[in-house]
Design a protein. Structure first.
Lengths: 77, 222
């Protein structure tokens, strides 16, 4: 067993790590948000990561409503 | 087969990743803190940890282990839990020493660049339990997360940046919080399955890049 291994390889980026582990981009985005909240000490937001299935906020609701309206319009035409 | 075509075939061979580490540890709840420490430490050193639990179970277990070992540049084998199992009939856990044997054989026969390390909780126990490894210096962790991080800083070094134990402890603390959130979010109470493990590795990389400045993205030169 060698005494000490010197690592010369460049540090992989988050995207490279995610690709190697097979984690989806959307999930990486969520994990990045979670870790930023943990590092910055915003514990309340960590709870939001866990309860992701909670009803959408006003912004997401508005986006969803617009998407449905657009789909209906496309179906009519 | 001509020499040119042989050379072409050799050129086509996939290059092995040089920043991957195989983690051979007991998958038991008592070991979870040390498992997280190992992931935090390896990520702090810029390595991507791999374990047998990340591959789906359709393939034969031994083939999975061999395949992963071959793909990894480093391997870490924790023999601190090679003890008698409480459930009858009482048997010792041979998996970890067996996988260590595979890594040793891999280094000797197949790939000389593979480097393996043995982790232990107690001093001199390895020379008693596995005397074939006489003359091998085990990495002692004393059964604590800080001990694991200290052992990693003794075993590894980076050519540009050497993370300190304090820096690795910050990643570990972040990861402990993240582990709880990931487990709740995936509706599981164990980290020892494919998805929580993979997400934990990605979370560790994010934390490492945020906590250790030199691991973060380099500013562009003008």
């Amino acid at each position: 067993m060698p005494a000490k291994a010197v690592i010369t390889a460049p540090v992989p980026t988050v995207q490279e790590t995610a690709r190697e582990m097979g984690v989806a981009k959307a999930r990486v985005r969520q994990l990045r948000q979670l870790m930023t909240d943990i590092v910055e000490g915003r514990v309340g937001r960590v709870v939001r990561f866990v309860t992701r299935t909670a009803p959408a906020g006003p912004k997401r609701r508005a986006v969803a409503r617009r998407r449905v309206a657009r789909r209906k319009q496309a179906a009519r035409s | 087969m001509g020499r040119a075509s042989r050379r072409r075939r050799a050129g086509r061979r996939r290059r092995l990743p040089i920043n991957t580490a195989f983690v051979n540890v007991p998958y038991d709840p008592d070991y979870e803190r040390l498992f997280i420490a190992l992931i935090a430490g390896l990520s702090g050193f810029g390595l991507i940890p791999h374990a047998t639990l990340e591959i789906p179970g359709s393939e034969r277990r031994l083939n999975r282990i061999l395949g992963l070992l071959r793909r990894c540049r480093y391997s870490f084998h924790d023999l601190s839990r090679v003890e008698l199992d409480a459930t009858p009939p009482e048997t010792p856990r041979f998996n970890m020493p067996f996988e260590l044997g595979l890594a040793v054989a891999l280094r000797q026969r197949l790939r000389r660049r593979h480097k393996w390390f043995v982790l232990e909780a107690k001093a001199h126990r390895l020379s008693k339990s596995l005397s074939d490894l006489g003359g091998t210096d085990e990495l002692l962790h004393g059964g604590t997360p800080r001990g694991v991080l200290r052992a990693l800083t003794n075993a590894l070094a980076r050519s540009r940046h050497r993370p300190t134990v304090a820096e690795l402890e910050q990643i570990y603390a972040d990861l402990m919080t993240a582990a709880g959130a990931i487990k709740k979010s995936l509706g599981t109470d164990s980290l020892y399955s494919a998805r929580p493990f993979k997400e934990l590795v990605v979370a560790a990389r994010i934390s490492a890049r945020q906590r250790i400045a030199s691991l973060g993205p380099r500013p562009r030169r003008r």
